[in-house]
Design a protein around this ligand. Sequence first.
Ligand SMILES: NC(=O)c1ccc[n+]([C@@H]2O[C@H](COP(=O)([O-])OP(=O)(O)OC[C@H]3O[C@@H](n4cnc5c(N)ncnc54)[C@H](OP(=O)(O)O)[C@@H]3O)[C@@H](O)[C@H]2O)c1
Length: 279
Amino acid sequence: MINVPIIKANGASIPQVGFGTMRQKGDAGAQIVKDAIDAGYRHIDTAANYGNEEDVGRGIKASGIARNDLFVVTKVWTTNLNEGVLQKSAEESLKKLGLDHVDLLLIHWPNPAVPMKESIGALCDTKKRGLTRHIGISNHTISMVEEAMAVTSEPIVCNQFEYHPHLDQSKIMATTKKHGMAFVAYCPIGRGDVGGVMAEPAIVEIAKAKGKTPAQVAIRWSIQQGNVVIPGSSKKERLVENASVFDFSLSDAEMKAISSLAKPSGGRVVNPPHAPKWD
Ligand SMILES: NC(=O)c1ccc[n+]([C@@H]2O[C@H](COP(=O)([O-])OP(=O)(O)OC[C@H]3O[C@@H](n4cnc5c(N)ncnc54)[C@H](OP(=O)(O)O)[C@@H]3O)[C@@H](O)[C@H]2O)c1
């Protein structure tokens, strides 16, 4: 059974490896969530927009795990950030998940049409009402992090962002951490074969030398920077693989070699039309 360290961030205790559930739906989705919990995952990441909160909830229930032993994260979609609408979205998420609270509720993407004071105010209200234990943001750029910090009445515990060896995120990572927030890396293996991260010769070489897989090396590189990572998989055998990254380390030279794989042109795999202007 995997055993994952905890990252402390502005009052939250977040298991450093979480299970990303974005594409896991239906009975298979519920089953892989249960499998992840059975394997030792204690942090589950979903979102209203993934359309799978009911399936995730079924997986959690089937696992039989004590509620207090699990860190459940969901997100409010970008069109639901107005006062009252955001709270309603949170309530609907809880109903679908079959939970009376989540551990962390995130604004999934910023929405420039809604003043930050309003959206963060509504997010704070969900915490005050006990719908979530902690609040956070995702895909918020440097100026947005600063603005969110200026208007919030509750601690913001994380900024969730795409991060893998093809994408330099040093600036947003520094801003996020300066405020005591966890930097939660999504797509930590660059979406598997899609992004090509795992085929990088430098990563393949390091993996061979350590007796690890390329996915483990990419995940370890982020973990070693103090990040939380939330890899996703539909395959049971990959659950343990992706979280077994605490029994080896990368040297400074190896860390640098992997960081140097960042593509000058960006290397993003997630860049939808509603994305902000990235730093
Ligand atoms: N906040 C946001 O805007 C945002 C955006 C995107 C994602 N996320 C979150 O981040 C999570 C992870 O992101 P992601 O799923 O897009 O990308 P990812 O975790 O980097 O990659 C997942 C892909 O890699 C494959 N894979 C997983 N483990 C592997 C391994 N050990 N070896 C080889 N291939 C492997 C998976 O295929 P198989 O299924 O075949 O294993 C899947 O296609 C999501 O589930 C979601 O919770 C958040």
